[in-house]
Design a protein. Sequence first.
Lengths: 194, 194
Amino acid sequence: MYRIRTTMARKKEYIEAEVIEKAMNLFWRNGYETTSMHMLEKEMGINKFSIYASFGNKNGDFLESIKCYKQKLNKLILPLKNSNEGVAAIKQYFYDFVEFTKETEFGKGCLVTNTANEIGENGDEKIKTELVKFTNEVKQVFTQKLEQNTNLEPLKIEEQADFLIISMFGLSSATRVFSNTQLNHYIENIFKNI
Amino acid sequence: MYRIRTTMARKKEYIEAEVIEKAMNLFWRNGYETTSMHMLEKEMGINKFSIYASFGNKNGDFLESIKCYKQKLNKLILPLKNSNEGVAAIKQYFYDFVEFTKETEFGKGCLVTNTANEIGENGDEKIKTELVKFTNEVKQVFTQKLEQNTNLEPLKIEEQADFLIISMFGLSSATRVFSNTQLNHYIENIFKNI
DNA sequence: CCCATAACTAAACGATTGTTTAGTTTTAAA
DNA sequence: TTTAAAACTAAACAATCGTTTAGTTATGGG
């Protein structure tokens, strides 16, 4: 005969939101495969056991890192959503994003884009779904801004949204390789005639 | 006291150029890290020992694969070099490249770009050097074509070459994720006002 | 026909991967 | 104070990584 225990027993010595942000930064810098559980232990400052207790496994740890990344990126996305300056706001977002990825001379890219580049056909389905969802969300925001420039027909808006989301995808990767000057040339040319 | 032997002893049962092309295709599809020696054995059709005998190690095998990839890509680069149609030839190269990467619905990207996306700060120096060299070579060709449109000032040519090489870099990654229609919209917009 | 040698097969190497498990410590309700 | 449960530490797990090595087979000049 058991009685239900409502005790908390021992307290957690870490805050999940805090350690997952550290994990996120490690994944962002290193990618999924290259980041080992041992590295996560050190970076997150907790034992493997605790990682598994809190997030299930490496994959769960990563999925939670993506959520954290999205929140961080929202600091750039929300101003874009709320702006009514149309394409000019998108251009600003491009520049903000480059700043967002910069650590030293070269950037870390975008965690989502980095993962999309790394993952293959046999990659985890949950992760792949998350990547597609993210891309569609951003494209949706671009579309809204393009619609603010009322002189555009719907078909052209769709085409330009494709152009912009792929340009953004490319920019994310490019921050890891190209210099600030080159990235500026890139962005300026994208928006030169849009 | 030794005498010099000029005998061939046993013959190789494979042609290095042939097996390295198979390795190249595997690296192209899967990336460097995800491709294991075991997979290379099966794909190349030869024993690990033979891979090490011919190419030193996994890294050597990969570097040789990049050489092989460059040769394959030359089928697209050479017509571009020899053309005198300026920007129009570059645009054609973009479309040719998409075709070049297509296997089924989505593309494999560019082996060089895939590697650039995968590799981190601690990546092999020989590989990183090879990637930079390749990028500079392509940019140089773009610059030549831009110079054929004589109405452009040198400074603008440099800026547009940056724009185009990053656009190409982005396109390479994008073939792995976006549909043909979206890629077409992307390319059309790149060259709309250049 | 020898036989030195290169190319083969297959097993084993140590290191590292992600994950689990056994044992100890801390917690707070009873 | 006792005690069940949660959170910790640390060791071990099987699997796989890239690489090496021991032993066998095939080659062709002497």
